[in-house]
Write a new protein. Structure first.
Length: 159
C-alpha cells in the first residue's frame, strides 16, 4: 500500500525547537513537495496544540511555509510513542517523519522515515529536509513495491 498521509514532527525536524522557532532551510519547498506527494500532511508533535498552531501560522505568515500550512491538521495523541493509528485507522496509510527513534510506536518502524536532527549550530546550508525528502521517496518505493507482490500461495499439503 502506498502511504497517502505524511505525519510531520515539528521540533528538530521542521524547526529548531518551540522556543527559538528557527525554520529549517528548505522548509517551504519541502512542504510544497510533501503536499503534492501526499493526499494529506499533518502535524504529529509533542509541542502542545496551541503553541504548535501558533508556530505553523507564524511560519506561513513569514513566508517560511506555504499558506496552507497555517491550517494543517494537528493530531492529538497520548502515550510515550507516536502511534500512527491516531492519524489514520488504516494500517500503512501514514508515514511518520521524525528525528527521534524513541517516538516510533512498536510495530510501526517500517512507516518511520528518519529526519536528520536540526540542532545547534543551525547552519544556513543544512540539507536535512532534502535528505528527508529522498528518504521519503525511497520508503514510498519500498512500501509500494512490497504491496504490489502477489500473496504467497499456502504450502501444498500431501495427503
Amino acid at each position: 500500500m502506498r502511504p497517502t498521509i505524511l505525519a510531520l514532527d515539528l521540533e528538530g525536524t521542521l524547526i529548531s525547537n518551540a522556543v527559538s522557532q528557527i525554520p529549517r532551510p528548505g522548509l517551504l519547498g519541502f512542504l510544497d513537495h510533501a503536499r503534492s506527494t501526499f493526499g494529506e500532511v499533518v502535524l504529529f508533535t509533542t509541542v502542545p496544540q496551541p503553541s504548535a498552531l501558533k508556530i505553523v501560522s507564524l511560519l506561513a505568515a513569514e513566508g517560511h511555509a506555504p499558506p496552507w500550512f497555517a491550517d494543517v491538521r494537528y493530531v492529538e495523541w497520548t502515550g510515550s510513542t507516536k502511534d500512527l493509528r491516531f492519524v489514520s485507522p488504516r494500517h500503512g496509510q501514514t508515514l511518520l517523519l521524525d528525528d527521534y527513534a524513541r517516538y516510533v510506536h512498536p510495530g510501526q518502524l517500517e512507516f518511520w522515515v528518519e529526519a536528520p536532527l536540526f540542532t545547534s549550530p543551525y547552519l544556513a546550508d543544512d540539507d536535512g529536509l532534502q535528505v528527508a525528502q529522498r528518504r521519503i521517496e525511497e520508503r514510498i518505493t519500498v512500501l509500494s513495491s512490497s504491496s504490489d507482490k502477489p500473496p504467497k500461495a499456502p504450502p501444498h499439503r500431501h495427503t
